[in-house]
Design a protein around this ligand. Structure first.
Ligand code: NAP
Length: 314
């Protein structure tokens, strides 16, 4: 079976190209660009890379992206104070606090930070108010990764309505909002997780299979229905050569890349799935670039909504 590549990088580039003139028009109307404040606490190397990617791509699209780097000793109260400052800043349209926060901040730190963000500036779509709207089918700000998956399916012309979509993973940031967005698009949705019995029997029923687990090579070809569309959300950095060889085969370009760089990022879906799926998103170059594109789209939407509500108040 020939498997189509779901080209997230191309879809993300198309979204950014559509956003650029809208960003320019906003900037002309308001005398300033749409603005996103990113808070990065600590020195997690993967987070630093993600944040730089968001800053670079945002700036290239004409947004103002400001990174606020805080040391890992920062207290939760200090982060909450910064978030409150952004909430009151008329020129701040979007706030994103990069996850994960340092463990020392406490188990509920991420929830408390998200709860503190003004829902109108919650461009990650994780505030309970926005999650509630999503659950009610009145989407205002949907989380970036799952809405990127929907964009990818749409732009690749893959129908969602009436299909059986199986989501592996039930996190607040990917799995749950993914299932809600697919449901809203009239898919029949099954959500699986670590306690699901006989997972392969369920995933084999999927016309659309979305994996958001974070385990390299977790989805194997025996778990996939022939011809299914498989979207790989997983991104796990690996530095173990033996694992890379098990996944990609001795002499593959990915194994060479690991040797050259010391680590590579791999998805949840085993490469052999390309032999059975009808369409498959790669890692890297699949969902990742779309997550950033949707963040920019949400920031512009937040900026425009705030502009309109300010005009309405005049
Ligand atoms: P998470 O919070 O750790 O959630 C993982 C989910 O996988 C959980 O719901 C867990 O089930 C489930 N799971 C674990 N083992 C399983 C098993 N054996 N069988 C079935 N389900 C299992 O992770 P996340 O934040 O959702 O992220 C998932 C992956 O996506 C990670 O690799 C992350 O790096 C990646 N990601 C990528 C992007 C992007 O832009 N490309 C964005 C966000 C996340 P339980 O709930 O039962 O524990």
């Amino acid at each position: 079976m020939s498997c189509r590549k779901l080209d997230g990088a191309a879809a993300a580039a198309a979204i950014r190209a559509e956003l650029a003139p809208q960003v320019q028009a906003f900037t002309q109307r308001c005398g300033r660009p749409p603005s996103l404040a990113i808070v990065l606490v600590g020195d997690d190397p993967a987070s630093a890379v993600y944040v730089r990617g968001k800053e670079r791509t945002g700036s290239e699209t004409g947004l103002r992206v400001t990174i606020h780097r805080l040391p890992k000793e920062t207290t939760l109260d200090e982060v909450l104070t910064l978030v409150k400052r952004f909430n009151g800043d008329a020129e701040c349209d979007g706030i994103l606090v990069q996850s994960p926060l340092p463990a020392a901040m406490g188990q509920d730190a991420e929830v408390r930070v998200v709860d503190a963000i003004d829902p109108a500036r919650d461009v990650d779509g994780l505030h309970p108010y926005n999650v509630g709207l999503l659950a009610q089918g009145r989407v205002r700000m949907a989380p970036c990764t799952p809405s990127g998956v929907i964009e990818l399916l749409d732009r690749e012309g893959l129908p969602i309505a009436g299909r059986h979509a199986v989501v592996i993973g039930r996190s607040a940031i990917v799995g749950k909002p993914m299932s809600m967005l697919l449901l809203q698009r009239d898919a029949t949705v099954t959500v699986c997780h670590s306690k699901t019995s006989d997972l392969p029997a369920i995933t084999r029923q999927a016309d659309i299979l979305v994996s958001a687990v974070g385990r390299p090579g977790f989805v194997t070809s025996d778990m996939v229905k022939p011809g299914a569309a498989v979207v790989d959300v997983g991104t796990t950095p690996i530095s173990d050569r033996a694992l890379a060889v098990r996944l990609f085969g001795e002499g593959s370009p990915r194994v060479s890349a690991l040797a050259a760089r010391g680590s590579i990022v791999v998805g949840d879906v085993h490469p052999s799935v390309a032999g059975i799926a009808g369409a498959l998103s790669p890692v890297p170059g699949g969902v990742g670039p779309l997550t950033i594109a949707m963040l920019l789209k949400n920031t512009l939407a937040a900026a425009t909504a705030r502009e309109q509500s300010t005009r309405g108040a005049d």
